[in-house]
Design a protein around this ligand. Structure first.
Ligand code: SF4
Length: 336
């Protein structure tokens, strides 16, 4: 899948929210791409925008090319045909997505019959139980209702529902949020097995950098509706090129952490994002140019790219880095 210059805007009474603003990225067959960033940076909107699952009041343009077709210009009917058998989504909150009045077997029957109407009941049952079994849910639970399961089991059922159609690309939006670490590890193992068994590509949306380090081939870092850095997980974690990535990594907690670090300030209001580089009010390396001119994306070594004036283009960055005091003054002015 190739996403090119994708924009997703929401119309609100207070103005237009530019939730995704010119995002480009690629996901190859069988690849796991992690999408990270703070809450409110546009990660979930990007995931939904790729699948055309946007709420009313949202508008999108750009290209989402899947097997040569642009999903952005497809009709709802054409998109529905692709969702499920080709493109799957795992939502954040399993309890709000499972119908409390339907047994688990009915959820599977509805999903399978909608996309593969020729399947008979026996085959529907066989496929459902096989997929649930991969998730560690025994057949004895097949006729139970969602409220009879724990949060971790409901999340595994949601994953099984997304997988029963064997999609080529799965978008998992915070699939392990609010689960304990043991269930989280189980789910990550299941997602890793998927890639091996079916060659499923995965876009893993999370704010947990530990999960990305463990499960992803590449990582894209999102800030204020834009991808600010992308590269192999190993490169990005060992030598972050963008100050935002660096600050995010400094903010993670490990067993060695003795002092908590946080990025000062908060992600910007996407109705009126800051001028120039959107990270400049919070950036410890901000320069004069960062306030007035939006950075131009630069390709670094290998397949890495970064959106920051610190990395060029050569000759564009004036040698007038600002002092800490000046940066504080800019932050105060921005706030005002
Ligand atoms: Fe910081 Fe400037 Fe780079 Fe933005 S462009 S991240 S403000 S150094």
């Amino acid at each position: 899948m190739s996403v090119r210059a994708l924009r997703v805007y929401y119309g609100t009474l207070r103005g237009t929210v530019r939730a995704v603003d010119g995002v480009s990225l690629d996901i190859g067959a069988g690849e796991v791409l992690g999408l990270v960033g703070e809450s409110g940076c546009g990660k979930s909107t990007l995931g939904r925008g790729i699948l055309g699952l946007l709420p009313e009041g949202a508008a999108s343009d750009g290209e989402v090319l899947y097997n040569g077709q642009n999903l952005v210009t497809m009709s709802d009917k054409e998109l529905r045909g692709l969702r499920g058998p080709e493109l799957g989504l795992i939502f954040q909150e399993p309890m709000t997505r499972l119908n409390p009045l339907m047994r688990i077997e009915e959820h599977f029957a509805e999903t399978l019959k909608q996309h593969e109407p020729s399947l008979d009941n026996r085959e529907v049952r066989r496929r459902s139980l096989e997929t649930l079994g991969r998730m560690g849910i025994p057949p004895t639970r097949f006729r139970q209702y969602p409220h009879e399961f724990s949060g971790g089991m409901r999340q595994r059922i949601m994953i099984a529902l997304a997988l029963v159609l064997r999609p080529k690309l799965l978008i998992a939006d915070e699939p392990t949020t609010s689960l304990d670490v043991i269930v989280e590890a189980q789910i990550l193992r299941i997602l890793a097995d998927l890639r091996e068994d079916f060659g499923t590509a995965l876009l893993l949306i999370t704010h947990n950098l530990g999960i990305v380090a463990e499960a992803c081939d590449r990582v894209a870092v999102m800030y204020a509706g834009q991808i600010v850095e992308e590269g192999s997980a190993r490169q990005v974690f060992s030598e972050p090129a963008h100050p935002y990535t660096r600050e995010l990594l400094r903010s993670t907690i490990s067993l060695d952490t003795t002092k908590l670090h946080s990025i000062p300030g908060a992600p910007p209001n996407l109705i009126a994002p800051p001028s120039g580089c959107r990270f400049h009010p919070r950036c410890p390396d901000a320069m004069h140019v960062c306030v007035t001119k939006a950075p131009i994306e630069q390709a670094l070594d290998g397949s890495r790219r970064v959106l920051c004036w610190l990395h060029g283009p050569a000759g564009e960055v004036p040698d007038d880095g600002w002092s800490q005091l000046e940066r504080q003054q800019i932050a105060v002015a921005e706030e005002a």
